[in-house]
Structures are given as structure tokens and as C-alpha cells.
Design a binder for this molecule. Structure first.
Ligand SMILES: [Zn+2]
Length: 316
């Protein structure tokens, strides 16, 4: 049986997996890419890491059909070149991933943005398996997304489509790393949630003395919410409104039958997914809600690698 290599290049690590034709991860490892502050270009680290991976698991390239790459930043998915990034990763823009890996490993290589890969993985073996039109929104430090239309990823002319973190929800709002103001991820990311809780904590607004001095993270936030802390509930509700606002806009543009929420926070069903679903359904025009569902994405950290392989199977 022939297998594929899935590579997910992130800002801190590259994940590499041996993945079969059904999307099962057979072997897996991850390697740091920021060990020297990106002085060694990420693409160089990726090549070395793949060599190490093949050697450590005694994988012969003869049994590999192709390499699917999922990458952070703006990826021209046709040429496989990084053409932009909203953050500031040194030596990353201009990386000719497809060309370099094809030459070195003599295999078909496909490259796609990580959020689009995650959406493809949900379509292949995850929670979007049975649907044709879905929006996958990953909520983490930033916000990423992938739009599935007719069971295919919406690419746009350069393969950049689905950059959901950077559509504007307040043109007079907070400055964003991309240079614009009021981008969705400045309001709907978990970083934004943590920021609002940290500010309130510094002002002593929670009143719960046992939280003083604690770092604000998912655990403290959901701990305060479980205790029905009024200030925490107010801040969370406000954040949830922002998350819902973006989704309502997307529903009206794309008329999906499913919205999948990914990212670590999506395991919070009762406090996050269910109230979010309710807010979205309440605010959209009724006809758009007729066949719409919203739930947590099914795949976790492997989604990028798995979706990259699915892209490779379909396009190489
Ligand atoms: Zn932005």
C-alpha cells in the first residue's frame, strides 16, 4: 500500500506524519522551527526534519506517493510559494516550498494554507464529511478559516481565500498585526478574550480573591464562568457577541449548512459552542437557519497534516 507524507509548518514547530490513503496517521513527530529565532530559514529546517523523520522511522521514499504541505501564512497554493504573512516570521516570505521539496525528494508536492488544510481534513474524515457547504473557523491566538463550497475549498485567484481572521468588523477599531484596524481576530480570538480578562483582573473587577495573581488562561476563565462570576460572564458574553457577529456575516455571504469551530476552546460545549450556536441562529435571517448547524470541529492538532495529504491526493 502506498502512503503519503503530511507536513504542517507552523510558527513554532513543523509536524510531520506518515499518513495512509484513508487519512490515518501511521507515524508522527514534530520538530522546532524557531530554535534560533528563524535565523535558519524554516524551509531549511523542514527539509532536514523530513530527512530525520524518514531515517528515524526507516521509511523508504519508494512507498510514498506524494507530499502534502500545510503552511502558516499566505500561501499561493498554485505555485506553492509563501507570498505573505500577517505575523512577523523572519526568512519565511518567498519560501518556494513546492519547488524545493519536489527537487529534493522527487515526489509530487502540494502546498496549502494551514486553515484551509484543516477545513479539508474535516471534509475528508471529520465533522464535515456528510456536507457540501461548510465554514471551518479555528479560534486560537489568531482566527483562521476555510470555506468549503460544493465540497471544495474556496481558493480565490491566488489560493488566499478564507482569511477570516482579517475581515473587518469595526473599521474604527483595534489595530491589527496585518496593518489594518478592527480585524475579526482582534475581537474573536482567544488572545482577545484573555486580554479582556487580564485587564479586568488588573483592575480587581472579579472580586474573587483566590484568582488574584493567577495567570489568565482557559482554565481560570472557565473556572470563573463555572462559578457564575458576574464580571466574567459579562466579559465572556461580550466576546461571544464578537465571535457570533463574524459568523452571522459569513452565513449571509455563503449560506453554509454547517459551521465548525476548531481550536482548543471548542471543547467547551456548554459554555461556548451551545451559546454561540444560539446567538448565531437568533441573529441570522430565518431562511439561512433552516438547514444550518454549528458544532465543534472533530479533528485536533493533526488536522493540518491530514488535510494537506487530502489536498495532495486530489491535486497531484
Ligand atoms: Zn488584520
Amino acid at each position: 500500500m502506498m502512503d503519503y507524507i503530511g507536513i504542517d509548518i507552523g510558527g513554532t514547530a513543523v509536524k510531520i506524519g506518515l499518513i495512509d490513503e484513508n487519512g490515518t496517521v501511521l507515524k508522527y513527530n514534530q520538530y522546532s522551527v524557531d530554535f534560533d529565532g528563524y535565523e535558519t530559514p524554516i524551509l531549511e529546517t523542514v527539509q532536514k526534519s523530513l530527512e530525520t523523520f524518514l531515517e528515524d522511522f526507516s521509511i523508504n521514499l519508494d512507498r510514498i506517493k506524494g507530499i502534502g504541505v500545510s503552511a502558516t501564512g499566505q500561501v499561493d497554493s498554485y505555485s506553492g510559494i509563501i507570498i505573505g504573512t500577517a505575523g512577523h516570521i523572519k526568512n519565511w516570505i518567498g519560501s518556494r516550498i513546492k519547488e524545493v521539496l519536489t527537487l529534493k525528494f522527487q515526489l509530487p508536492v502540494t502546498v496549502m494554507n494551514d486553515a484551509n488544510c484543516a477545513a479539508l481534513a474535516e471534509k475528508w474524515i471529520g465533522a464535515a464529511k456528510e456536507v457540501s457547504d461548510a465554514i471551518v473557523v479555528t479560534i486560537g491566538t489568531g482566527v483562521g478559516g476555510g470555506i468549503l463550497i460544493n465540497s471544495k475549498i474556496l481558493n480565490g485567484v491566488n489560493g488566499l481565500a478564507g482569511e477570516l481572521g482579517h475581515f473587518t468588523i469595526d473599521c474604527h477599531g483595534t489595530s491589527c498585526t496585518c496593518g489594518n484596524t478592527g480585524c475579526y481576530e482582534q475581537y474573536a480570538s482567544t488572545a482577545a478574550l484573555v486580554r479582556s480578562f487580564s485587564e479586568a483582573l488588573n483592575k480587581g473587577l472579579f472580586g474573587a480573591t483566590d484568582f488574584k495573581g493567577c495567570p489568565i488562561n482557559g482554565k481560570t476563565i472557565f473556572g470563573l464562568l463555572a462559578d457564575r462570576n458576574p464580571m466574567a460572564e459579562e466579559l465572556f458574553e461580550k466576546w461571544l457577541d464578537y465571535v457570533a457577529t463574524g459568523l452571522v456575516n459569513l452565513v449571509h455571504i455563503f449560506n453554509p449548512q454547517l459551521i465548525l469551530i476548531g481550536g482548543g476552546i471548542s471543547i467547551q460545549d456548554k459554555l461556548f459552542i451551545l451559546p454561540l450556536r444560539e446567538k448565531v441562529l437568533k441573529r441570522i435571517m430565518p431562511a439561512f437557519g433552516k438547514d444550518l448547524d454549528l458544532k465543534a470541529a472533530a479533528l485536533g492538532n493533526d488536522a493540518g497534516m491530514i488535510g494537506a495529504v487530502y489536498n495532495c491526493i486530489n491535486h497531484s
